[in-house]
Design a protein around this ligand. Structure first.
Ligand code: NAP
Ligand code: 8YV
Length: 319
């Protein structure tokens, strides 16, 4: 393919530097958020793009898709497609590629990091040492944590990542149950059709459903109430799945014991109450963020585009 034959790809926002390099080696790339007026850029140049490279964080809106009349493929860096206007893409027969499975290990590892951190209060303990309080107050002066090994783990969403989290939990000899709309045929763990009952039973409730309107505020005040004053919430799915105001109230009123959060309703903004609490551990949406996994995700973004432009199909097509 000569340089002038290259398909034109619209890059929605900044991506992993290696991915940006690989895109430019293969395609004619225009970057939407580098344009001084992105809407004017789309109106003037939208008709030249046949592909889009985006991420789970940026997605692509129905309005943006409408401004790309020749668009044939969207390749997303990430597995969550809640920010991609899937209906608008489907109605035009636009293929949507994503990066499933590649990130299961790292997201599951992060869920466990958060779970151990909240149970054993390791970030708070680290602050205790650094602030000099340990030296001042002496041995055994830090409060006791909660035991993870053998505890009850409730998983909300037993998909690719949920199953990987469950397998991690076997190593901790945890008692595992899960909630999803459907029982998973090949899963040896108990399916709990009632989310409230799962929360009532669990010591740790780990949320790893898809995002989007179908799961908005699935974790609400009654679920948190059921989790109870000795229960911990971990969220590595999407901020939208948890009613954040209800969560803040539950934490302030000590209706739950603590929370480990990688995702928030209005990223990168985190409610001020959470920033001031020792009972929460807060991460900046980094569950998949290792060099190995992010590079593998970038490779899949490229592979999806390359295969689409060569053969009209994708390595991983979003359902
Ligand atoms: P997946 O294989 O599609 O699994 C999604 C699970 O959610 C399924 O078990 C599904 O089961 C369940 N679910 C969907 N709607 C539900 C509802 N209303 N109530 C209860 N359960 C529901 O997806 P995955 O690859 O494991 O990824 C899951 C999500 O993790 C992604 O969509 C993304 O949002 C998030 N994620 C976050 C990060 C991060 O950086 N924090 C990284 C990667 C992924 P049923 O259909 O039977 O209900
Ligand atoms: C993002 C994620 O892709 O895969 C997902 O759904 O949320 C993450 O892995 C990542 O934050 C990069 O945008």
């Amino acid at each position: 393919m000569t340089t002038s034959d290259r398909p034109h790809i619209l890059q929605i926002g900044s991506l992993l530097p290696a991915l940006e390099t690989w895109l430019r080696e293969r395609y004619a790339v225009g970057v939407l958020d580098e344009a001084p007026d992105p809407a004017a850029f789309l109106a003037e140049q939208g008709a030249r793009f046949t592909g889009v490279a985006t991420s789970a964080l940026y997605g692509i809106s129905a309005e943006q898709i409408a401004a790309l009349p020749k668009l044939r493929v969207i390749s997303c860096f990430g597995v969550g497609v809640d920010k991609i206007a899937m209906d608008a893409a489907r109605s035009r027969g636009i293929a949507v590629g994503y990066t499933p499975d590649i990130l299961n290990d790292c997201v599951a590892d992060t869920a466990f990091a958060l779970l151990l951190d909240v149970a054993r209060a390791t970030p708070e303990a680290d602050r205790y040492v650094r602030s000099g309080l340990w030296a001042q107050r002496g041995p055994n002066s830090f409060h006791l944590g909660r035991k993870v090994s053998g505890a009850r783990l409730g998983i909300v969403g037993l998909g690719r990542i949920g199953k990987t989290i469950a397998r991690r939990a076997l190593g901790f000899e945890m008692d595992i149950r899960y909630h999803a709309r459907h029982a998973v045929a090949d899963a040896p763990w108990t399916h709990e059709p009632s989310l409230i009952e799962l929360a009532r039973w669990a010591d740790f409730l780990v949320v790893i459903t898809a995002g989007g309107p179908g799961t908005r505020h699935l974790i609400d005040a009654p679920v948190l109430e059921a989790l109870g004053p000795r229960g911990f919430l971990i969220n590595v799915s999407r901020g939208s799945v948890v009613d954040e105001q209800a969560l803040v109230r539950a934490l302030v009123e000590k209706k739950i014991a603590g929370a480990g959060l990688d995702v928030f309703e209005n990223e990168p903004h985190v409610p001020a109450e959470l920033l001031a609490m020792d009972s929460v551990v807060l991460l900046p949406h980094i569950a998949s963020a290792t060099e190995e996994t992010r590079l593998a995700m970038a490779q899949r973004v490229i592979d999806n585009l390359d295969l689409f432009f060569a053969e009209g199909r994708l390595v991983s097509e979003a359902p």
